[in-house]
Design a protein around this ligand. Structure first.
Ligand SMILES: Nc1ncnc2c1ncn2[C@@H]1O[C@H](COP(=O)(O)OP(=O)(O)OP(=O)(O)O)[C@@H](O)[C@H]1O
Ligand code: SF4
Ligand SMILES: [Mg+2]
Length: 348
């Protein structure tokens, strides 16, 4: 039996007409999110991660041209009225942004903001019951002394504590899907880990599925079931965490893995991918990773590779030479290229 899908994105395309031309921010992206599942979306800055999530939430500017399909619990969201969408946003899908202060109102206490969210959707809920539930929610997300903290204002809390409040608000209405867009990027490393744990407890408690967006593959490792790697507005590799970490089939994924601190190597340092992503205005034909790819050949300049099966169920890659990566150990392809190219961002 296949698990029910709560969110299904099919061939999603988002373009922004600008004075300089059309920015093709998302170029035909498809993925599904099963009930209770965590899907990690990983990619460098500008790869289309946030635009994808804003399209799902119906929060793109009016000028954006959106095509494809976004189905929540079987219902098409693209083209819904603002009123219908705001119902879905309130109850079905919650969103957590990078900076908690964009979601919190500085003039109200944490408790007030959670209570308002609870009562907005449960008209009969008494103020006392809502307050008790707010304290429970603060406890779930790991806020110490929740009965006292419920009366704190955002400015009295640390960044990590504020993000926990945002998570508590996000689960207050028992959503089926939580979209967390770089929820820990603004926090320091130890606090990041704690906030990710809080997010995991929140999804365990509510059974919500999670779309976890990040530029950091390390964040995904302990928290996602499946992963989608984005590059230049497309998914370029999808698979389980094991597929992506142990048998990557797209050179860009290898590059991201090479960018992780390698504890198993004496030098244990970061190896960034040389070069930078292409502009999404006037993308040339061919594979957008060509200028940075150690395996690039003539066919890569001519034809953009489709996302196709690698032979393992659910593990797809967009690379003409995905089968050449079979025995390539993560990092080695890039270690050679960086030294050869000596280009910007190469390893010392
Ligand atoms: N309103 C807009 N008008 C024009 N271009 C836009 C608009 N919003 C986003 N873009 C462009 O779309 C592309 C994808 O942006 P997006 O914000 O999705 O990237 P991202 O993967 O979330 O990056 P980051 O890691 O920096 O958050 C970028 O080139 C960005 O400049
Ligand atoms: S298609 Fe070519 S350029 Fe693109 S990732 Fe594969 S080998 Fe590299
Ligand atoms: Mg973003």
């Amino acid at each position: 039996m296949t698990e029910p899908k709560v969110l299904e994105v099919a061939d999603l395309t988002v373009e922004f007409p600008t004075e300089d031309g059309v920015v093709r921010a998302v170029r035909g992206v498809s993925w599904t999110l099963g009930a209770g599942e965590t899907l990690g979306i990983v990619g460098e800055s500008g790869s289309g991660k946030s635009v994808t999530s804003l399209a799902v939430m119906g929060l793109l500017p009016a000028a954006a041209r959106v095509r494809g399909s976004v189905r929540f619990a079987g219902r098409e969201l693209l083209g819904l009225s603002e009123e219908a969408l705001s119902d879905v946003r309130g109850q079905g899908i919650s969103m957590i942004f990078q900076d908690p202060m964009t979601s919190l109102n500085p003039v109200y206490t944490a408790g007030h903001q959670i209570i308002e969210t609870l009562r907005a959707h449960r008209r009969g809920m008494s103020r006392q019951a809502a307050r008790e539930r707010a304290v429970e929610l603060l406890d779930i997300v790991g806020i110490p002394s929740p009965a006292q903290r419920v009366d704190s204002y955002p400015h009295e809390l640390s960044g990590g504590m504020r993000q926990r409040i945002v998570i508590a608000i996000a689960i207050a209405n028992d959503p089926e899907v939580i979209i967390a867009d770089e929820p820990t990027t603004a926090l320091d490393v130890t606090v990041q880990a704690q906030v990710l744990e809080a997010l995991e407890r929140a999804t365990d408690e509510t059974g919500a599925a999670l779309l976890l967006i990040t530029h950091d593959l390390g964040v995904i490792a302990g928290h996602a079931d499946r992963v989608g790697i984005m590059y230049a507005g497309k998914l370029v590799e999808t698979g389980t965490v094991e597929d992506i970490f142990y048998t990557p089939r797209m050179p860009y994924t290898l590059g991201l893995l090479g960018s992780l601190p390698r504890m198993d190597r004496p030098e244990g340092r970061l190896t960034p991918i040389a070069g930078s992503p292409p502009s999404l205005l006037n993308l040339p034909p061919g594979c957008p990773f060509t200028p940075r790819c150690p395996l690039a050949a003539d066919v890569c300049d001519a034809t953009e590779p489709p996302l196709i099966g690698t032979g393992r169920p659910g593990h797809d890659a967009a690379c003409h030479f995905h089968d050449r990566l079979v025995d390539a150990a993560a990092g080695e392809v890039f270690a050679t290229t960086s030294a050869d190219a000596g280009g910007e961002g190469s390893a010392p």
